[in-house]
Design a protein around this ligand. Structure first.
Ligand code: SF4
Ligand code: SF4
Length: 352
């Protein structure tokens, strides 16, 4: 649902990069192509409001000029806007002083303004709230067991039943970093929803856009045919399936196998990197140690081996036949053995 019946011509995106993170998701956006950030900022896509982007890394505004937009958003003066949060949210209550993560300084005290205070003020005013990257979505690397910051994902912080003013739940687009076009496609969907041209965004129980995260990395992997035939690489750099080197693709919701990374090219397993499950709420703890064969895949890889080799042998046999032209093609032996009709024909009188 949109907030008003009038379609907005512009919509602001307030993008907080001040969670615990590396700005990798912002950097990943510079590789997006379908659409690109530039497409949305220039407003060249018909039926989609033009984007006003306030991201500390990418915005033209700096310093107080940038903070002013966030202040307006927090004070309800920037309707409608989408809040994008990048980086995990620390627990600022678990220490006696200092700030784990902040954005801008409080002019009265000169002290950093905690990121979580910005989220408190902005989330309740936003048309929609999006967690970009696994840190913001579920906590990610900073939320590993034993971390001192108490880092958590946005839904853990705001509550899993949080809905925005427009009734939209938290949208999570995980990845470490996020696949560029997966995020841009999600943003494009939300912009169309703001404009009243798309129904409520469909999300899975983990808050991810369903159409992007319903398949596993394995189901779209370019090495999947090798897996099926039990052709596994034992050392990095091999061309075959890398499950024995630690790939978790068969149980990880991610479309990078199908989609690639930039403009349809690349992607983790495609370029020889094992899937480490970076789009999953259990990342990274449940996928460690990395680069060791996942325990569950020992059984499935063994099961595949029992028939994969035979299937491959049979396929090679059939393939050999199919690589040979049908027997009736070849030199025109039948025509050569026929009498030379033209030379034996009588030459009509009068044509000499
Ligand atoms: S490399 Fe990973 S995702 Fe690709 S086929 Fe092998 S196990 Fe599946
Ligand atoms: S394939 Fe695996 S490691 Fe690569 S982006 Fe997807 S979930 Fe992350």
């Amino acid at each position: 649902m949109s907030l008003s019946t009038k379609e907005p011509e512009e919509i602001s995106v307030l993008w907080l990069t001040a969670g615990l993170g590396c700005d990798g998701d912002t950097i990943a956006m510079t590789a997006a192509t379908r659409p690109s950030l530039e497409d949305l900022v220039q407003g060249i896509i018909p039926g989609v409001p033009k984007l006003r982007l306030y991201n500390p890394v990418l915005a033209y505004e700096v310093g107080d000029d940038l903070l002013e937009a966030f202040e307006r958003g927090a004070n309800g003066l920037l309707n409608p806007f989408i809040l994008v949060v990048e980086g995990s949210i620390p627990d600022e209550s678990n220490k006696s002083g200092g700030v784990w993560a902040g954005f801008g300084n409080d002019s009265a005290t000169g002290q950093p303004i905690p990121t979580c205070r910005w989220i408190d003020r902005l989330a309740c005013e936003a048309w929609g709230v999006v967690a970009i990257g696994t840190c913001a979505a579920y906590g990610g690397v900073h939320a590993m067991a034993g971390n001192p910051t108490g880092a958590m994902g946005l839904a853990d912080y705001l509550g899993h039943d949080f809905v925005s003013r427009a009734g939209v739940p938290i949208v999570a687009v995980p990845g470490c970093p996020v696949q560029p076009d997966a995020f841009m496609e999600t943003l494009l969907y939300l912009l169309r929803q703001v404009a009243g041209k798309a129904p409520m965004i469909p999300l899975d129980p983990q808050g991810r856009p369903e159409w992007l995260f319903s398949d596993t990395a394995h189901e779209g992997c370019g090495r999947g045919g090798y897996y099926e035939q039990a052709q596994f690489s034992d050392v990095p750099g091999g061309a075959h399936c890398i499950v024995k080197l630690g790939c978790w693709g068969p149980v990880v919701n991610c479309n990078v196998g199908k989609r690639g990374w930039i403009n349809g090219v690349g992607g983790c397993a495609q370029v020889g990197g094992v899937c480490i499950g970076c789009t999953m709420p259990g990342f990274p703890d449940k996928f460690m140690p990395f680069l060791e064969q996942p325990p569950g895949s020992l059984l499935s890889a063994q099961a595949v081996s029992t028939y994969g080799h035979s299937i491959r042998t049979l396929r090679r046999f059939t393939q050999g036949s199919l690589n040979t032209e049908p027997a009736w093609r070849g030199p025109p032996t039948r025509l050569q053995s026929e009498p030379d009709i033209a030379s034996e024909a009588e030459v009509p009188v009068g044509d000499e």
